[in-house]
Design a protein around this ligand. Structure first.
Ligand code: F6R
Length: 616
């Protein structure tokens, strides 16, 4: 949440920062701002609304500085106002600062600073940071201005409780930025005669692919010619420069109307990338390079715990079903936000997994730390390389689906479903799954991208249905077993991007309460598999029909649905149980997407949301 960009180089900083902010806008879009430094003067522009509005309003403003910082905000402390937008400038005009995170002890710091004569323009927790840095800067012995600047930031951060990714400029140091992180992501881009700072790589890949992933508790001091990293305890850190593999095209819309649409249609390729090189040579099981745990140790695990939030939590529920079904090992799934405070009794030989596209979700990170504190190994499934969770995990698997920019998760979700299915295979083959069953399973997984391709051809049909159903205010999504989490995902997709109320339920549970909602005004989306659950799901459909509820059925091709039972029937390919949730997800994504488009919603930036939830 909140996007940070910084630049030092030879070019006009404001243009580069605004371009970076556009790419980071999915992290927060309540307000945006930029400040550059010319001599000792800060040029500042900030306003509520989107980056496009800021660009318009700064077009006439002279911001010639070649050092600058910018921010897109997702409001935490203080409403959505121009005054609360970042950057914030200290009341003595010495320090400008942007911040992502939450300063928990801001009230006591503010009280102290008020006694020292500092004043405040905003209601934010952030503003205390700028003023506290200014306070320490005034008190710091006058060695070189640069080291005085770094030391004042270091002293400030030692007093701070909470989380932060910050970038700071000082009026006395025209070509310097000091940045630091704790609990909020921050990356240094090392370009050709220039440096950039950003919350994530999408803001900087157009200028450089060389990056340093800063760690919690590190401070980077950047000048026009060099940079140095140290810790809060003043220890020097040797930087490691990594190469980013994402390409600039991956973060661009191309011919698509929205990133969500682009990412839905990228799913076949994303699945191929997630599984590439991850099957054994004999084609009977999965293999993962980075688990850092031997097969012998893996064999000892008597329980898996999965921790995640949102869509990733739905993916965990599917993994639970498949692991229990194919590997016969018990699985617990917890919301990361609940697990961290629940103090669950845990078995001795448990292994934890966290699932997180961004690898920065604060609840998932904290839950992972809690499991590690209790002495458990935690493996992570992440998409973003070098993310906090990926770095702190004992091992893990990268998703390799490229940047996911649409706020609503799509390709990262189906990739998580695939990796969960592969894990079920991996563990299953260590236990009772036969070679032949393993071969069939691998064959099925390898066919998933093509089945998804085929399912995407249903887009025109779903567009038509969306037109007919966009005016409803309530929806139920119903499924059983591994399709229950897909129902949850369908309901989440619909509500987050179209603002229509939707609930996901196990189909048979519907009659224990939600059936009271059923009327002609509340359609139900049923996920219908052929096979043993078919008749059971059909019975639930009959119960809805008897109450005049409209039914949209997403059914596999062999389902012989009674004539007239469903008002709309979307036929998806028959597939292996491990692949079915992936294929069944595609129509619910398309339905939600087209309904949101029909309602003219801001699909990629739904209200109140932001990608990557880095505050609790
Ligand atoms: C919904 C969605 C969110 C995320 C959740 C976890 O479409 O995208 O529910 O799934 O915020 O995010 P990650 O996977 O980054 O931990």
């Amino acid at each position: 949440m909140c996007g940070i960009v910084g630049y030092i180089g030879k070019q006009k900083a404001s243009a580069i920062i605004l371009e970076g902010l556009k790419r980071l806008e999915y992290r927060g879009y309540d307000s945006a701002g930029v400040a550059t430094l010319t001599g000792s003067r800060f040029d500042l522009a900030k306003k509520i609304g989107r980056v496009a509005g800021l660009i318009k309003s700064t077009s006439a403003q002279k911001m010639p500085g070649t050092t600058g910082i910018g921010h897109t905000r997702w409001a935490t402390h203080g409403g959505v106002t121009d005054a609360n937008a970042h950057p914030h400038i200290s009341s003595d005009q010495k320090i400008a600062l942007i911040h992502n995170g939450v300063i928990e002890n801001y009230a006591s710091i503010k009280k102290f600073l008020l006694t020292k004569g500092y004043t405040f323009q905003s209601e934010t927790d952030t503003e205390v940071l700028g003023n506290l840095i200014a306070y320490h800067y005034q008190k710091e012995p006058a060695t070189s201005e640069g080291s005085r600047f770094v030391e004042s930031v270091r002293k400030t951060l030692r007093h701070v409780e909470g989380t932060y990714g910050i970038a700071v400029m000082c009026g006395d140091c025209p070509a310097e930025i000091v940045a630091a992180r704790k609990g909020s992501p921050l990356i240094l881009g090392v370009g050709d005669g220039e440096y950039m700072l950003a919350s994530d790589v999408s803001a900087i890949i157009s200028r450089t692919q060389n990056v340093v992933y800063l760690k919690d508790g590190e401070i980077v001091h950047i000048t026009a010619k060099s940079f140095s990293i140290s810790t809060l305890d003043s220890e020097d850190v040797s930087p490691v420069i990594d190469k980013v593999t994402w390409r600039i095209e991956d973060a661009e819309l191309g011919t698509h109307a929205h990133f969500m649409e682009k990412e839905i249609f990228e799913q076949p390729a994303a699945l191929e990338n997630s599984m590439r090189g991850r099957f054994s040579e004999d084609g009977s099981t999965a293999q993962f390079g980075g688990l850092n745990i031997s097969a012998v140790d893996f064999r000892q695990i008597d329980r898996f715990h999965f921790l995640a939030c949102g869509s990733a939590w739905h993916a965990c529920l599917v993994a639970e079903h498949l692991i229990e079904r194919f590997a016969r090992v018990p699985v617990e799934v917890d919301y990361a936000s609940e697990f961290r405070y629940r103090n669950t009794p845990l078995s001795k030989n448990a292994l934890f997994f966290t699932l997180s596209q961004s690898g920065e979700t604060i609840d998932t990170l904290a839950a992972m730390r809690e499991a590690k504190r209790k002495g458990y190994k935690v493996l992570a499934v992440n998409n973003v390389v070098g993310s906090s969770i990926a770095r702190e995990a004992d091992g893990g698997v990268y998703q390799h689906v490229g940047p996911e920019i649409g706020v609503a998760s799509t390709k990262a979700f189906t990739s998580q479903l695939l990796l969960g299915a592969m894990l079920a295979l991996y563990v299953g083959r260590m236990r009772d799954m036969s070679f032949n069953d393993g071969v069939d399973y691998v064959h099925a997984l390898k066919g998933a991208p093509d089945l998804v391709r085929k399912t995407l051809e249903l887009a025109p049909q779903l567009k038509g249905i969306a037109k007919r159903y966009a005016h409803y205010h309530d929806f139920l999504f119903l499924g059983r077993l591994s399709l229950f989490p897909v129902a949850l995902e369908g309901a989440l997709k619909l509500k987050e991007i179209s603002y229509i109320h939707a609930e996901g339920y196990p189909a048979a549970e519907m009659k224990h309460g939600p059936i009271a909602l059923i009327s002609e005004q509340c359609p139900s989306v049923f996920l219908v598999p052929s096979g043993e659950m078919f008749n059971k799901v059909v019975s639930s459909m009959q119960e809805i029909k008897a109450r005049k509820g409209k039914i949209i059925a997403i059914a596999t091709e062999k389902c012989d649905l009674p004539a007239g039972l469903a008002d709309e029937v979307i036929l998806i390919p028959e597939c292996h149980e491990a692949v079915l949730p992936i294929v069944a997800t595609v129509p619910v994504q398309l339905l939600s997407y087209y309904i949101a488009v029909e309602l003219n919603r801001d699909v990629d930036k739904p209200r109140n949301l932001a990608k990557s939830v880095t505050v609790e």
